[in-house]
Design a protein around this ligand. Structure first.
Ligand SMILES: Nc1nc2c(c(=O)[nH]1)N[C@H]1C(S)=C(S)[C@@H](COP(=O)(O)O)O[C@H]1N2
Ligand SMILES: [Mo]
Length: 204
């Protein structure tokens, strides 16, 4: 048997217990979002990442400053609440733990983060979850710059949660002591969003 064949076999065998209830696997990479894909004529001038809320001082990364931060890669399975899953996706970017080393200190009691995106999309995630799951502020997918429709120039990647928490076109992070629901969470999606528990809607 060729190595490639054995690799394929392993992938198929392990796939069954890697698919959360009610999901099916797709090889495609569906594009899913509310609103339009933002386009930038001059990314260095038009884009920055703002950090605010419960920290010692607000902070801002220019495009260049953000791209100078150390990066890591993760390979994860992604699960959309509309029931498609895609296995083995590799993302590169700045881990949340790394990011915290480069911004002013968080105030005591900070437990929640709201990701703010272009066109007012938001997603809320507990800080602990971001740190424990090695969540990324990602700008490469499979070794290449993100496509515009998949979040260029920066998106959040939150492993082990339905993919709506992985906010595309990220422009800001707000640190909070109390939770505040994001776009889909306010719309009735489950705040914890664990695909293994099928936490799709708030009343699940
Ligand atoms: N800014 C923004 N990010 C978003 C969304 C959105 O509507 N706006 N949709 C979410 C949902 S529901 C999913 S499934 C994923 C889809 O990411 P993809 O288009 O790269 O597959 O993006 C998430 N991030
Ligand atoms: Mo989704």
């Amino acid at each position: 048997m060729s190595d490639a064949f054995q690799e394929e076999e392993r992938t198929i065998q392990s796939a069954a217990d890697r698919i959360p209830p009610g999901q099916y696997v797709t090889e495609k990479f569906p594009v899913l979002h509310y609103g339009d894909v933002p386009h930038y004529a001059n990314i260095a001038q038009e884009w920055d990442l703002r950090i605010w809320g419960e920290l010692e001082a607000p902070f801002r990364f220019s495009f260049a400053a953000f791209r100078a931060l150390p990066t890591t890669s993760i390979t994860i399975d992604i699960h959309c609440v509309t029931r498609w899953s895609k296995l083995n996706t590799t993302w590169e970017g700045v881990s949340f733990g790394e990011l915290l080393k480069h911004i002013p200190a968080l105030k005591p009691g900070v437990q929640f983060v709201v990701a703010h995106c272009e066109q007012d999309y938001t997603a809320n995630v507990p800080l602990k979850m971001l740190l424990e799951t090695d969540a990324l502020l990602a700008y490469r997918y499979e070794g290449r710059e993100l496509d515009p429709e998949h979040g260029y120039p920066l998106r959040l990647i939150v492993p082990n949660k339905y993919f709506w928490k992985s906010a595309k076109w990220l422009r800001g992070l707000e640190f909070l002591t109390e939770d505040r629901l994001g776009f889909w969470e306010r719309y009735g999606y489950h705040n914890n969003a664990d695909p293994w528990q099928e936490e799709r809607y708030a009343d699940d």
